[in-house]
Design a protein around this ligand. Structure first.
Ligand code: HEC
Ligand code: HEC
Ligand code: HEC
Ligand code: HEC
Ligand code: HEC
Ligand code: HEC
Ligand code: HEC
Length: 351
């Protein structure tokens, strides 16, 4: 029955695609005719906008003059047409470079990346929405700077730069090399779903078998946690490399796995049980109650038949008490702890 539906829907879409002359591009534009729900909402998510070119950067356009002082150094970002120039001076020496890329939409912060002599640098100052201005980039509170070059930013290794772009954009690497001219900024459909050119061609010709995509929805809870963890960091990566303090609160796969709620096979605790990767994160605490009650409600049992516990204290807004928010020092942002637990007042952060 399901496969008959699939064949019918492929035949229908084949007709529709020909009628609408669907073209293939790297973002959702070539998917919208057949997957309107995903393709209309996904481009507005923070993930889809995790990287912007300087020309397209909304924050830099809206803030044509930004300044910041740290010790003897003054930092300035000034808009000139479609460019933004980053200037660092100690009063004697001055360095000016055009910003190439803006990383992050800024719900926490936005960091700038520039190129000098064929290598990539990460700016030592970032824009923070909460401050509506610049402050030091997280982890850049280094006081022993010897030159304006060092003050301006951190040199990234070729491998490091490649990793930045791989997590914040689509199609950045080709044959193991970073090729910024070919990337599409942000995490787009094909970054998660894999190449879709063959899929679209096959649908158009009614080739049911050839139209198959990787079945991401079939992944187990653990497989999906590792899948999202390729960018959000996996449990094993953090377990081996740390950090083992509040700085790991933004590594959700690690935190969630350490929670007693986690079960590698139970789909009720998958990342996508609580988050639709095609939509912006839901901010209303109450909207998560049903997710918790799927296991903790009356008469809900675990795979083994053992009943889960019911809260003696609250009946709504569960995440408010059991997924507390923490500030990573210097981030000017609160992150949600995915290690779901009874968080007693005054208790230290369980790193
Ligand atoms: C011409 C129509 C058409 C276009 C264009 C198209 N798809 Fe599809 N897609 C389909 C059809 C039909 C199916 C099978 C639907 C089903 O199984 O119910 C499908 C299935 C999928 C699935 C698998 C869903 C699942 O859970 O099995 C994914 C993922 C997917 N498409 C992604 C994309 C992406 C990404 C693009 C854009 C690059 C795209 N599609 C463009 C018609 C299209
Ligand atoms: C290719 C890398 C990559 C993958 C894979 C990935 N993410 Fe993300 N995700 C990011 C980046 C980068 C951001 C930060 C975007 C920003 O704010 O600039 C992000 C942000 C988010 C946010 C916060 C959005 C907001 O509105 O603040 C959620 C929720 C999220 N991701 C969930 C997921 C889930 C669930 C999966 C797995 C299905 C996943 N991500 C897979 C890179 C990725
Ligand atoms: C392993 C994948 C990975 C690498 C490498 C990586 N990032 Fe990210 N980055 C993410 C994810 C995932 C998030 C979202 C974190 C969250 O909100 O929980 C993020 C968030 C950010 C944010 C905050 C976004 C916001 O909305 O506030 C900035 C800024 C940022 N990254 C810059 C960079 C820069 C610059 C580099 C390289 C020097 C880099 N990242 C390398 C995955 C990565
Ligand atoms: C951050 C990763 C990510 C991105 C980006 C992404 N998807 Fe998905 N998509 C997923 C995952 C994971 C699932 C499985 C969700 C589930 O099982 O609930 C999925 C499921 C789907 C499905 C199947 C829905 C169904 O009926 O089960 C379609 C179709 C789809 N995505 C299309 C798209 C299109 C089109 C885009 C771009 C506009 C896109 N996706 C971008 C991760 C992503
Ligand atoms: C997949 C099922 C599942 C989901 C979904 C789930 N939990 Fe749990 N949770 C468990 C299990 C199993 C335990 C272990 C204790 C038990 O048997 O009840 C647990 C334990 C807890 C505990 C006690 C933890 C401790 O360290 O003593 C709290 C509090 C809790 N869950 C709250 C929540 C909240 C809030 C949500 C929603 C954000 C949630 N849970 C979602 C299965 C789940
Ligand atoms: C106002 C804060 C608050 C809210 C809201 C809240 N809880 Fe709790 N919850 C607690 C506290 C405090 C405890 C520990 C009670 C104790 O040990 O005396 C607890 C205990 C639990 C436990 C462990 C019970 C046990 O017997 O070990 C679970 C499971 C749980 N809560 C789930 C939930 C769920 C699901 C929701 C939403 C429907 C929720 N909580 C809403 C504060 C809250
Ligand atoms: C039981 C529900 C639940 C599950 C499962 C879950 N999350 Fe979340 N997640 C939340 C809640 C609640 C928030 C906070 C929403 C808010 O208030 O802004 C959140 C926020 C986020 C954010 C935004 C950054 C932040 O710290 O607020 C990211 C990124 C994220 N989750 C990724 C993931 C990933 C990756 C997984 C799978 C490993 C996952 N989540 C599993 C409930 C869940």
């Amino acid at each position: 029955m399901r496969s008959l539906l699939k064949v019918l829907s492929i035949v229908f879409y084949a007709w529709m695609a020909v009628a609408q002359q669907t073209r293939l591009s790297n973002d959702g534009a070539s998917c919208v005719a057949c997957h309107p729900a995903e393709a209309r909402s996904q481009p507005h998510t923070a993930m889809a906008q995790a990287l912007e070119s300087t020309a397209d950067c909304e924050i830099l356009r809206a803030n044509p003059q930004l300044t910041f002082r740290d010790g003897v150094y003054t930092f300035r970002i000034v808009r000139e047409g479609d460019r933004s120039l980053y200037t660092v001076t100690d009063g004697k020496e001055t360095l000016t470079v055009p910003i190439a890329w803006a990383f992050g939409l800024g719900s926490a912060g936005q960091t700038y990346v520039y190129e000098r002599n064929g290598t990539w640098y990460e700016s030592r100052v970032s824009f923070y929405k909460q401050l509506r201005g610049l402050d030091l980039t997280m982890g850049a509170q280094d006081s022993t700077l010897k030159s304006v070059e060092e003050a301006a930013g951190r040199l990234t290794s070729p491998r490091g730069a490649q990793e930045c772009f791989a997590c914040h954009s689509t199609n950045a690497t080709h044959e193991g090399r970073l090729e910024v001219n070919r990337l599409t900024p942000g995490v787009q459909c094909e970054r998660c779903h894999g190449p879709a050119g063959q899929h679209v061609r096959a649908v158009k010709t009614g080739d049911v078998k050839g139209a198959a995509m990787q079945p991401l929805g079939k992944m187990t809870t653990e497989e999906l946690s590792d899948f999202c963890g390729q960018c959000h960091r996996t449990w094993s990566h953090v377990a081996a490399n740390g950090p083992h303090n509040v700085n790991n609160v933004r590594f959700q796969p690690y935190r969630l796995t350490n929670s007693r709620c986690y079960d590698a096979l139970d789909p009720r605790i998958r990342c996508v049980a609580c988050h639709d990767p095609h939509r912006d994160v839901e901010r209303r605490a109450a909207s998560y109650d049903a997710k918790c009650l799927a296991c903790h409600g009356a008469a809900k049992a675990l795979a083994g038949g053992r009943p889960t516990k019911i809260c003696p204290t609250g009946t709504a807004d569960c995440v408010h008490c059991h997924m507390p928010k923490y500030e990573i020092p210097g981030s000017h942002n609160l992150f949600t702890d995915h290690q779901i637990r009874v968080a007693r007042p005054g208790e230290p952060y369980p790193g």
